[in-house]
Design a protein around this ligand. Structure first.
Ligand SMILES: C[S@@+](CC[C@H](N)C(=O)[O-])C[C@H]1O[C@@H](n2cnc3c(N)ncnc32)[C@H](O)[C@@H]1O
Length: 396
């Protein structure tokens, strides 16, 4: 079986709650989505399709190509099932592969044990068939095999991505509490921004939102910044197919005359970090940088403009008092200085969000690391009203 041309089930995984944005991206690429769930989407396709998906998707983590689904009650059944697959047709006998897994089964105490059984089956099969065995390790730089096993149902996949797609390869410096790139992209794709009007990002930190906005507006895809994927290490990989897809990414870049993306932060270090990261992403020239309090950020008067904040949420004791004041000031700033804008605040602290004292028109659910977050949307038309004391007590 040539996996590059044989269709099978493809599962694209993502971080929790990114699947609506991921689903829209997959459809935009011309694929039909069979099913969507909290942490991924399912479709049908070949590993050649996976190449395209890997290079283009902003909100995904891994693109998995299914080899076999089977009933499995214990580690021996796992081993015996995997022994029947023609691994010598997928992985070079003198190559390298890794195994990753998600296992929820009473006979498995640690995923490492399940990974070891998968590795044993693959190595034993290949030694039998070829007289050689590939090397193995935990670094995801070669071929990657992924096991999903929940209760009695197991499924084995070729992970065509390897290292996660959720990082977009430009973050040279982390900054303070940076957003995951895939999360930042998904939040921007969930806004009403038209990719042409101004995008203002005060409190930019390491610049993830401003950089993702520039990448989205100019249709620069993550594949432009990455050169190694697990699919490149599978038997049957044709570099020409990859290079053709890669060339399309360059052709599809859109120049946006007059595009205004502004990134500001009160910290000099944050602005120099944002510049470094923006340069690595190739969008330094598309962003205007300013070191200032958010209240001093330039807010151009243009229809369709969007302003997006990702303030701190206060993890340390004592942060609360300062942050209460910051969120209240943010509310004043949005109401008084950003008329005609659509405003967005991404936060993991809904009590603090109430201090903004504006009524959100949408509350979009997200998750950041282990924190339940919301992207709050505010329509800032001229007559935007402050919420009164009573409505302050409403859920945000
Ligand atoms: C949570 S971080 C933003 C992280 C960013 N989204 C990223 O991906 O790197 C919040 C940022 O707000 C900045 N900040 C806090 N208070 C500010 C204020 N009053 N004016 C401007 N920036 C402020 C901090 O310096 C910090 O860089």
């Amino acid at each position: 079986m040539d996996v590059f041309t044989t269709p099978s089930r493809i599962i694209i995984t993502c971080h929790k709650w990114l699947s609506p944005a991921l689903q829209a991206e997959v459809k935009e690429l011309g694929f039909s989505v069979v099913r969507s769930f909290q942490t991924g989407v399912e479709l049908s396709g070949t590993v050649e399709d996976c190449i395209r998906l890997n290079l283009n998707l902003r909100c995904a983590s891994q693109v998995m190509y299914s080899l076999k689904a089977f009933t499995c009650n214990d580690p021996d059944e796992l081993y015996n099932n995997l022994l029947t697959l023609p691994w010598e047709n997928f992985i070079a006998a003198d190559g390298y592969f890794s195994v990753t897994s998600n296992v929820f089964h009473t006979t498995i105490q640690t995923n490492l044990f399940a990974n070891l059984r998968v590795k044993d089956a693959i190595v034993d099969r290949m030694r039998n068939k070829t007289g050689k065995r590939p090397s193995t390790g935990s670094t995801l730089s070669g071929a990657v095999v992924y096991l999903f096993w929940k209760h009695e149902e197991a499924e084995i996949f070729l992970d065509t991505s390897g290292e996660t797609l959720a990082k977009h390869g430009y973050r040279k410096l982390p900054g303070k509490a940076p957003m995951l790139e895939a999360l930042a992209a998904a939040t921007i794709l969930s806004t009403k921004w038209d990719h042409q009007s101004p995008f203002i990002n005060p409190m930019c930190g390491s610049g993830t939102l401003a950089i993702e906005a520039a990448l989205i507006a100019t249709n620069r895809r993550p594949g432009l910044l990455r050169s190694n994927y697990a699919f490149m290490h599978l038997i049957g990989y044709n570099e020409e197919v990859y290079l053709k897809e890669r060339a399309k990414l360059t052709e599809q870049i859109k120049e946006r005359e007059g595009l205004q993306i502004i990134a500001s932060d009160r910290s000099d270090l944050a602005i120099s970090t944002t510049k470094t990261n923006a340069a690595a992403a190739g969008v330094e020239n598309l962003i205007q940088f300013a070191t200032c309090d958010f209240e001093k950020t330039e807010v151009p008067e243009k229809a369709g403009a969007v302003i997006m904040f990702n303030p701190e949420y206060g993890e340390r004791l004592g942060d609360e008092i300062e942050l209460n004041a910051t969120y209240a000031r943010m509310g004043d700033f949005l109401k008084n200085q950003c008329k005609g804008y659509t405003g967005y605040v991404f936060t993991g602290n809904l009590d603090l969000a109430k201090k903004i004292r504006l009524k959100p028109s949408r509350r979009i659910e997200f998750f950041n690391a282990t924190i339940d977050c919301r992207l709050l949307e505010y329509e800032l038309y001229a007559g935007t009203k402050r919420e009164d004391k009573l409505s302050e007590k409403q859920d945000v």
